[in-house]
Design a protein around this ligand. Structure first.
Ligand code: NAP
Length: 376
């Protein structure tokens, strides 16, 4: 049977046994708990976004109260504060992501919370600490999460929760892609599509910090002029809509900038072809997203005469490799940048009660929207 530190006692509530820290409990409940101090340490009940089978996220997800779960000796119970809705979360619910939790499942993959209670053998984390789920794992869209201590990473309390909640999936992807494929130096340039995405916004700022120029491609849509201005403010050197790049020789657009050795593809289809066109002889395009759901087409000549390389990036693979430890340090570095205001990106914090309207926005039902981050 698990035990938790003295901060926790047990409270009987009807037929269910619940555990609450003494520090946050009303006096009457405290009295009740002292009479019933024998059961296993349990989390509070959790309000969660659940789905019973895969399908369209807006129709199959529902908010459900889940019963308390046992806090084992090496477990940490976290009261979630915020978690984003990322495209991969949507893909997991749809059933099109290669790795997904068995159903029924709770949605979400990354997020931040405050430690609520710890098992008796947990030494490095204390109640009140701010932690992110790292490596991230399924089930962050709920008010209380109980997981083994090794999947929580303690972070500085001064970091705004929306940045802590979102640092792993997208900023870490941006940083890894800048480091892992091409040896880039100050003065070099890179090209990317999907530049308005969080990954894209991070690429721009991390590259600027290293003296690397960015050529950015965005889609033609309402508000594209405003989006261009925003990206330039973040440090983008050039921003083009796809239609602006329907020119005979795309390389004529490169003024005072070397041809890029690295291209980053978030979108596929025509947007990927544009990235390939910018690349220099022997350049590499890394594909990490497929937002247009369209395939990548590569001309025969670009393989033969330009000797281009096509690579792929998947963060999940990185996190389960020998790079996992390095990724933790990278997370701390990225959070440090956000705390100093050197790594910012568009987000909208949405109360948990409004989950389904946030989901609709994340699904693109209302056109382009900032990243939706649920606040619990
Ligand atoms: N491989 C990995 O390990 C890894 C890790 C992290 C992220 N990703 C992928 O990276 C991509 C971006 O993720 P994110 O969270 O940074 O994105 P995000 O902030 O949620 O933004 C979504 C982006 O997709 C664009 N977009 C949406 N629908 C589109 C369409 N039909 N055609 C073209 N562009 C479209 C949006 O452009 P507008 O601004 O014009 O709406 C925006 O740039 C996703 O595909 C995600 O799955 C992959």
């Amino acid at each position: 049977m698990a035990t938790v530190r003295l901060l926790l006692k047990t409270l009987t509530h009807g037929t269910t046994s619940l555990s609450y820290p003494l520090l946050v409990r009303p006096r009457t409940q405290l009295f009740n708990s002292l009479r019933a101090f024998s059961a296993a340490a349990l989390s509070p009940p959790s309000t969660a976004v659940v789905y019973d089978h895969q399908g369209p996220p807006d129709t199959i997800t529902r908010i459900k109260e889940l019963p308390p779960v046992e806090i084992k000796q090496t477990d940490v119970c976290v009261r979630m504060l915020a978690a984003p809705i990322n495209p991969s979360d949507i893909n997991r619910i749809e059933g099109v992501y290669p790795v997904r939790p068995p159903v029924p499942a709770v949605g979400g993959y990354e997020g931040v919370g405050e430690v609520y209670a710890i098992g008796s053998e947990v030494k490095s984390i204390s109640p009140g600490d701010l932690v992110i789920s790292f490596p991230p794992s399924s089930g962050t869209w709920q008010t209380y999460v109980v997981k083994e201590q090794s999947v929580w990473h303690k972070i500085d309390k001064s970091i705004p929760i929306e940045y802590a909640a979102t640092v792993t999936v997208n900023p870490l992807t941006a940083l890894r892609m800048l480091e892992d494929f091409v040896d880039l130096k100050s003065g070099d340039s890179i090209v990317q599509n999907g530049a308005t995405s969080i990954v894209g916004q991070c690429i721009i700022q991390l590259a600027r910090d290293r003296g690397i120029h960015t050529i950015n491609v965005i889609r033609d849509r309402v508000g594209s002029d405003e989006a261009k201005q925003k990206l330039k403010k973040l440090g983008a050197d050039e921003v083009y809509t796809e239609s602006q790049l329907e020119v005979k020789n795309i390389k004529n657009l490169l003024v005072n900038m070397p041809e890029p050795a690295l291209g980053l593809n978030c979108v596929g289809g025509n947007a990927a072809s544009l990235v390939l066109k910018f690349l220099r002889q022997g350049g590499t395009m890394v594909t990490y997203g497929g937002m247009s759901k369209k395939p990548i087409t590569v001309s025969t000549t670009s393989f033969i005469f330009k000797d281009l390389s096509l690579r792929g990036f998947w963060l999940q693979k990185c996190l389960s490799s020998d790079k996992a430890k390095e990724c933790r340090s990278m997370i701390d570095y990225l959070l440090g940048l956000s705390r100093e205001g050197k790594l910012i990106y568009d987000m909208e914090l949405v109360p948990f009660n409004n989950f389904h309207s946030a989901l609709d926005k994340a699904l693109g039902k209302q056109g382009s929207q900032p990243k939706q981050v649920i606040k619990f």
